[in-house]
Design a protein around this ligand. Structure first.
Ligand code: GAL
Length: 119
């Protein structure tokens, strides 16, 4: 996947009914993540973080607006400020480009969601 600065990524999928947490990871590779986007039903929050050999400081957002079992579209816009995540209800979360990445070639979804990314 070639996600360069200025790219918009649209991720559509159905969240599993019984999932506690899932994550969408974007970065240079599995050890260098510009964004770990981690909805948590067990805590009713969304946790965002970066990972560069170790986790950074968590950004915790109390806006878990999509239910288990639902079909969602999440839009991620990658620009020089970082990644803007548009949630299905239009709420926007900004996460800074802490690692100064100019490309995000790596995408991995962990956990209970079947997703179809479109760049
Ligand atoms: C940890 C969790 C990781 C990751 C991280 C985000 O507690 O085990 O999977 O979500 O938080 O900061």
């Amino acid at each position: 996947m070639a996600m360069k600065l200025g790219t918009t990524l649209m991720i559509k999928g159905k969240i599993a009914k019984d999932v506690d947490r899932f994550a969408i990871n974007l970065g240079e590779g599995p050890e260098k993540l510009g964004l770990h986007f981690n909805p948590r039903y067990d805590q009713s929050t969304i946790v965002l973080n970066s990972f560069d050999r170790r986790l950074g400081k968590e950004l915790v957002v109390d806006h878990l607006c999509f239910a288990q079992g639902s079909e969602i579209t999440v839009v991620m816009i990658f620009d020089s400020d970082g990644v803007k995540v548009m949630l299905p209800d239009g709420h926007q979360i900004s996460f800074p480009n802490r690692l100064g990445l100019s490309q995000l070639p790596y995408l991995r979804v962990e956990g209970g969601q079947h997703l179809l990314p479109e760049v």
